[in-house]
Write a protein that binds this ligand. Structure first.
Ligand SMILES: Nc1ncnc2c1ncn2[C@@H]1O[C@H](COP(=O)(O)OP(=O)(O)OP(=O)(O)O)[C@@H](O)[C@H]1O
Ligand SMILES: O=C(O)c1ccc[n+]([C@@H]2O[C@H](COP(=O)([O-])O)[C@@H](O)[C@H]2O)c1
Length: 218
């Protein structure tokens, strides 16, 4: 599972999903847009619009799946609930891995039921080139005894472990940077899939004026 606000999805997300699948030998990566992302301001566009861009971005990429399960739930999109829903669908034997970027990971101890996350899944942290802050003490206590040093050690256990992973391609691309560029009328070519860029352009998303179609919150 790679959850995100995906406001909008970009090549940092998609390339990470492809490399996670290869490096960890996963059957598939469920990319799951948050309907109501906890712990952040309301996204720039609706969850439907973010899902549509994610579908365009993934296209036919083998092993990547745009998963709309959080759009089918009311209330804040807590990851512990999403993992429970995946577990119910895939069965007790499935090995679930929740991937998060380093910036999201730094706040993991503040998430809804952090112990519950580890009770259901492994957590893999994607190290990002632009985030290197030290771990807060609450997070260190949550992680005590959980960290493993290799993919083999992670996959030897059913759940409950943490692996920090440097993927081969590290792209310093952020959705914030893309939204800022769009609001300023600057180019976002080659930061996100061309189909997503063209969709944003034709729908007038993130232009920074209230008249933009699809620019409603959530
Ligand atoms: N360039 C990147 N490389 C690797 N992981 C990333 C990258 N950008 C985002 N992620 C991770 O993907 C997940 C979803 O990210 P999110 O949708 O919040 O994108 P973002 O670019 O961080 O957005 P924003 O700038 O709006 O915070 C998070 O776990 C985040 O850390
Ligand atoms: O479950 C939580 O309490 C929780 C708190 C913050 C973030 N998350 C999830 O973490 C993922 C990345 O979040 P974000 O804000 O970086 O896009 C996304 O799937 C969020 O729903 C989950």
């Amino acid at each position: 599972m790679l959850g995100g606000t995906f406001d909008p999805v970009h090549l940092g997300h998609l390339r990470s999903a492809v490399e996670l699948r290869e490096v960890l030998g996963l059957d598939r990566v469920h990319m799951i847009p948050a309907h109501l992302p906890p712990h952040r301001a309301a996204p720039g566009v609706s969850s439907r619009e973010r899902l549509a861009m994610l579908c365009l971005g993934i296209g036919e990429t083998p092993g990547l799946l745009a998963d709309d399960r959080e759009l089918r739930r009311d209330g804040p999109s807590y990851s512990v609930d999403t993992l429970a829903s995946l577990r119910a669908e895939l069965g007790a034997q499935a090995r679930l891995i929740m991937a998060v970027g380093h910036d999201a990971f730094l706040r993991l101890a503040e998430w809804r039921d952090p112990e519950g996350l580890f009770a259901q899944a492994h957590v893999v942290v994607i190290e990002r080139p632009d985030h290197g802050a030290p771990l807060p003490s609450r997070l260190q206590s949550l992680l005590a005894g959980r960290e493993v040093a290799s993919v083999e050690a992670l996959l030897a256990e059913p759940r409950g472990r943490l692996l920090r992973l440097s993927l081969p391609t590290r792209l310093a691309i952020s959705a914030t940077g893309i939204r800022r560029r769009l609001a300023e009328g600057r180019s976002v070519h080659y930061l996100l899939p061309e189909a997503v860029r063209a969709h944003i352009d034709s729908r007038g998303l993130y232009r920074g004026d209230d008249a933009a179609p699809g620019g409603e919150t959530r």
